[in-house]
Design a protein around this ligand. Structure first.
Ligand code: NAD
Length: 419
């Protein structure tokens, strides 16, 4: 198993963004200290049996960062690069993301350091059930509500929900979101993050006077977020000129056939061997001449190393934390607008919120209603952020953090600090 080593702490990057906004809000030291410490970090061993009978032990994490606005909320990641630092950063971001789009949740995140591509379905099921069993006491619809992230799927959420329900002797669909429709999932959830990415992009392109029809788009990562976002761009008559996944990147100046690429990736479980475009390196993909760049894979892909060579006018962060603070600074200097992750990819958690509401109501909405409410929730809050950015002369990222921090601090002060 390969383990991605990230040289600088991802949580450190996340705190840098927080500090910038906190300074502009004149946040006092005590409040800063509370908000830069996770409420709870859990690390545990996951012994599991391979299909061949051999026993192995993986490491599982769950970080519940903040509960001021509601139960913790955030995905579960299965990836060789999962560390406590990464999960903490992701839980930290979830806190601000939920607040930035005004959802009644705190922030959480979890993961298992494993490579799901090397595991069979039955091995994944055993890991997931053990992971869920370890967390039964601390998750639940009113405590912490996980969801899918990199390397996890609706099927994995189904196993999690079933394990929790078995242990609590009560059918509890609201313990996780991103479930299959048949067992309490929401219509529109699978597409929600990619849809939100494209909705934010179109809204911002309009403000920047960019033509949507014919706009050239590059998407890094072709999983749930990247492939759906690419499809939404093409459906709006944009030209997606570059895509990539972990196996390689593909470029076609005339525009790629995205529906064909999605069908190919579904059939072959990746883009490996895809012939619809010229194969280029993953790093070259980010530097392709385009109007809109959507990083939708992992953290720290736009760095001081490549920021000067990025040609996009608009970057829409489908992934969490794709831009380092140094690269962000270069983009600001070069007039490249960045829609930050905590707004751009908040479509997923917004529809997760709708799923949680529907599970608790026991009444399920039509897809058109889900999509309408998603657009309203996301874009209304994006406008709040943009208005503040213009008023204070700060980037959309700083403004998004300022809006989110202010909302969390207000809740915290109203509840009072139990100290
Ligand atoms: P996924 O597992 O479905 O897809 C990840 C994709 O990234 C895959 O195509 C993979 O091959 C690709 N990838 C990995 N390393 C790469 C590399 N070095 N270069 C190019 N491509 C690479 O995951 P996802 O759910 O689409 O999540 C992608 C990002 O979006 C993550 O940062 C995640 O935290 C974030 N996100 C996801 C959701 C959601 O609802 N799924 C919501 C908010 C944010």
């Amino acid at each position: 198993m390969t383990t991605a080593i990230r040289e600088v702490s991802v949580f450190g990057d996340a705190i840098t963004y927080f500090n910038e906004a906190a300074a502009l809000l004149n946040l006092d030291d005590g409040m800063r200290a509370i908000l830069t410490h996770p409420s709870r970090q859990i690390i545990f061993s996951i012994p599991f049996q391979r299909d061949n009978g051999q026993l192995e032990v993986y490491t599982g994490y769950r970080v519940q960062y903040n509960f001021a606005r509601g139960p913790a909320k955030g995905g579960i990641r299965y990836h060789p690069g999962v560390t406590l630092d990464e999960v903490t950063a992701l839980a930290f971001w979830m806190t601000w993301k939920c607040a930035a789009v005004d959802l009644p949740f705190g922030g959480g995140k979890g993961g298992v350091t494993c490579d799901p591509t090397t595991l069979s379905q039955s091995e994944l099921e055993r890991i997931t059930r053990r992971y869920a069993a370890e967390l039964v006491e601390v998750v639940g619809p009113d405590k912490d509500v996980p969801a899918p992230d990199v390397g996890t799927t609706p099927q994995i959420m189904a196993w999690f929900m079933d394990t929790y329900s078995m242990h609590t002797h009560a059918n509890t669909p609201g313990v996780v979101t991103g479930k299959p429709l048949e067992i309490g999932g929401s219509r529109g959830r699978v597409e929600a993050t990619g849809r939100g990415v494209s909705l934010c992009a179109f809204d911002q392109m309009d403000v920047m006077g960019m033509e949507i029809k014919g706009a050239r788009v590059v998407v890094q990562g072709f999983g749930n977020v990247g492939s759906i976002a690419a499809k939404m761009f093409v459906d709006a008559d944009c030209k997606v000129v570059g895509i990539s996944d972990v196996t390689g990147a593909y470029h076609n100046d005339a525009g790629l056939d995205i529906n064909g690429a999605i069908a190919y990736a579904q059939e072959h479980h990746s883009l490996a061997g895809y012939r619809g475009g010229e194969k280029i390196s993953n790093s070259a993909l980010l530097e392709v001449d385009c109007d809109v760049l959507v990083p939708a894979a992992l953290e720290k892909v736009l760095t001081v190393e490549n920021a000067m060579r990025i040609k996009a006018k608009l970057i829409v962060e489908g992934a969490n934390g794709p831009t380092t603070p140094e690269a962000d600074h270069i983009f600001r200097e070069n007039g490249i607008v960045v829609i930050p992750d905590i707004i751009a990819n908040a479509g997923g958690v917004t529809v997760s919120y709708f799923e949680w509401v529907q599970d608790r109501q026991g009444y399920f909405w039509k897809e058109s209603l889900v999509n309408e409410r998603l657009k309203e929730q996301l874009i209304e809050n994006f406008h709040v952020v943009r208005t503040l950015a213009n008023a204070r002369g700060v980037t959309l990222r700083t403004a998004a953090y300022m809006v989110a921090i202010e909302r969390v601090v207000t809740s915290l002060k109203m509840r009072g600090v139990y100290a």
